[in-house]
Design a protein around this ligand. Structure first.
Ligand code: SF4
Ligand code: SF4
Length: 165
């Protein structure tokens, strides 16, 4: 089994044990923002994404509709040769917070091979997910804690950070 698949398998085991995750997050002093913790997060992000292959996973694309900005809409509609209105009608809905998101999960643009049909023009939220690159992690801490439940990479970044307690 590849390292990437082993990491995803371990995450699946932990994810099914939510109380273990909750406990880990409660004692997570290492999630306090400091110069040192930002450096650790940068290292952890790089190390984990060097090992994990998102094409073995695609869990974000299968389970969390990304937020769509106006710039995203214009760019993707143009790429698909659609008028903005038609694109909105076909693909966009509002979530419970009133934010615009894709209206289908798994995503319309996710292929059977886990590749994204619109990779070059994908939404900003897709490019930034799981928001773990250095300072980004601390600026989106609640989001990071949520993403651990969906993203094996985020979970392994948490594990790598926990070494620095
Ligand atoms: S647009 Fe592409 S990257 Fe974003 S959720 Fe859909 S398939 Fe995934
Ligand atoms: S970003 Fe996370 S959830 Fe998305 S494909 Fe990569 S490892 Fe999986």
């Amino acid at each position: 089994m590849s390292e990437s698949l082993a990491m995803i398998r371990l995450w699946n085991q932990v994810k099914s044990n939510r109380s273990q995750l909750k406990k880990e997050l409660k004692k997570a002093n290492y999630l306090k923002k400091s110069r040192q913790s930002i450096i650790h997060a940068e290292q952890a992000h790089k190390e984990v994404f060097d090992k994990i292959d998102c094409l073995d996973c695609a869990n974000c694309c299968s389970s969390i509709p990304p937020l769509i900005t106006n710039t995203d809409k214009k760019r993707i509609a143009k790429h698909l040769n659609l008028k903005l209105k038609d694109f909105e009608q076909q693909y966009i809905t509002l979530d419970e917070d009133g934010d615009e998101v894709f209206n289908q999960s798994p995503c319309h643009f996710l292929g059977d091979d886990n590749k994204c049909f619109i990779y070059e023009v994908r939404p900003k939220a897709c490019r930034q997910f799981p928001h773990t690159e250095g300072h980004e992690l601390f600026e989106n801490l609640n989001l990071f804690k949520t993403n651990i439940k969906y993203c094996p990479a985020a979970f392994h970044i948490l594990k790598a950070l926990s070494v620095h307690t």
